[in-house]
Design a protein around this ligand. Structure first.
Ligand code: HMG
Ligand code: MG
Length: 296
C-alpha cells in the first residue's frame, strides 16, 4: 500500500518562521524560499496574510510574495483567514491559499478570535472568491490529536470540521497535530475515521514534533495511503501555546526516511541539509533536524 512518491509541503517559511523569536528580514525570507525552490520542493507555504498585530513575523508576506522566484510547476501558498487576507494575497499573485480551522473551540478562539462555527462563516466567502479566481484552497484543521487548552479532542470533531472545509471547496485537508501529542495508534484511528468521508488523495498530515512522535506518525499515515506531508526544514518553529515545544517535523528527517524506503520526493537531500544548516545559523538556533545534525 506504500505510495511510490510523496509530496512534501515545505511550511518552514510560514509555520516555522511565524514561531521563531528572531524575525527575518524580507530579503532573508526571499533568499530562503528561493533556496527551498532549488532544493526541489514543488509546494512551499511562503507566508501568511493575517493580522500583523497577532503574528508580527509574517508582516512582510506581501514583499516576500512579490519578490520570490517563481518556477514552473511549483506553487507558492499563503494563509488567508478572511477576505481581507485573501484580497491582499491576490494583489501579490499568491497561487494557492489556505484557510485554517480547528477541532477545538478554545483553540479557535485563541487563534482566530472566533468560534469554530464563526470561523467557517468567515472562510466560506474566501473559498467562494478563490473559486472565481481559480485559486486552489487548502484547509487546515488544528488540534486533531489534542488541544493545549482542552486536552483530548474527539475524533468526530476533527471529522466534521474537516468535512465542512472539504464541502466548502478545499481540494485538500491537512490534519494538524498542533502540539505534537499524537502517537501512531491515535494517528491510525484518526486517519481511518477521516478516510470514511475524505478520499486519501485529499488528505495531508501536519505533525509538530514536540513529543518526538512525528516520524512514527507519518509512517503510520503513509501506510494508510496518505501521500502529502507537511514539514519544515531544520524543524523550524515552536508553538506559542506549548512551553518548550519544537516546531514542525524536520523536512530533512522526513526525506531521509522516505528515500530510504524507496519513496521518491523529488528533493535533493544533501542540498536540503545545507539549507537547514544555513537557516539555523541565520536564526541563531539549534538545528531541529536530527539528519541535519548528523550530516557533515
Ligand atoms: P479579529 O481581531 O477577530 O479580526 O482577528 P477583525 O476583523 O476584527 O480585525 C481586527 C484588526 O485586524 C483590524 O485592524 C483588521 O484590519 C486587521 P485594526 O483596525 O485593529 O488596525 N485584520 C487584518 N490585517 C491583515 N490581514 C488580515 C486581517 N484581518 C483583520 N487578513 C484574525 C481575526 C483571524 C485576523 C486574527 O485573529 C489573526 O490574524 N489571527 C492570527 C492567526 C494565525 O495566523 N495563527 C497562526 C497560523 S495557524 C497555525 O499555525 C496552525 C497550522 O500550522 C496547523 C497546525 O499546526 O495546527 C496551520
Ligand atoms: Mg502548524
Amino acid at each position: 500500500l506504500l505510495p511510490k512518491t510523496v509530496d512534501i509541503v515545505e511550511v518552514g517559511p510560514r509555520d516555522g518562521l511565524q514561531n521563531e523569536k528572531t524575525s527575518l528580514s524580507a530579503q532573508d525570507k526571499i533568499d530562503f524560499i528561493d533556496q527551498l525552490s532549488l532544493v526541489g520542493f514543488k509546494r512551499i507555504e511562503a507566508g501568511s496574510f493575517v493580522s500583523p498585530k497577532w503574528v508580527p513575523q509574517m508582516a512582510s508576506s506581501d514583499q516576500v510574495m512579490r519578490a520570490i522566484k517563481r518556477f514552473d510547476g511549483k506553487r507558492y501558498s499563503a494563509l488567508t483567514p478572511n477576505l481581507k487576507g485573501f484580497d491582499l494575497a491576490m494583489q501579490v499573485n499568491t497561487q494557492e491559499v489556505a484557510i485554517f480551522g480547528a477541532a477545538s473551540e478554545s483553540f479557535s478562539q485563541k487563534n482566530t478570535n472566533c468560534s469554530i462555527k464563526e470561523s467557517l462563516e468567515r472562510f466560506a466567502p474566501v473559498a467562494e472568491k478563490a473559486k472565481k479566481h481559480n485559486i486552489p484552497v487548502r484547509g487546515y484543521v488544528s488540534c486533531v490529536m489534542g488541544c493545549p487548552y482542552e486536552g483530548d479532542i474527539q475524533i468526530k470533531d476533527v471529522v466534521w470540521v474537516s468535512k465542512a472545509l472539504l464541502d466548502m471547496g478545499c481540494y485538500e485537508i491537512s490534519l494538524g497535530d498542533t502540539i505534537g501529542v499524537g502517537t501512531p495508534l491515535k494517528t491510525k484511528a484518526l486517519i481511518e475515521a477521516c478516510l470514511q468521508v475524505i478520499p486519501s488523495n485529499q488528505l495531508a498530515v501536519h505533525f509538530h514534533d514536540t513529543y518526538g512522535q512525528a516520524l512514527a506518525n507519518i509512517l503510520t499515515a503513509i501506510q494508510l495511503g496518505i501521500s502529502v506531508i507537511d514539514s519544515s526544514v531544520a524543524g523550524l518553529g515552536g508553538c506559542p501555546y506549548a512551553k518548550g515545544a519544537s516546531g514542525n517535523v524536520a523536512s530533512e528527517d522526513v526525506v531521509y526516511m522516505l528515500h530510504n524506503m524507496g519513496i521518491d520526493t523529488g528533493i535533493n537531500l544533501e542540498q536540503l541539509i545545507q539549507v537547514g544548516k544555513s537557516i539555523s545559523a541565520k536564526l541563531n538556533r539549534n538545528n531541529g533536524s536530527k539528519v541535519g545534525e548528523a550530516a557533515p
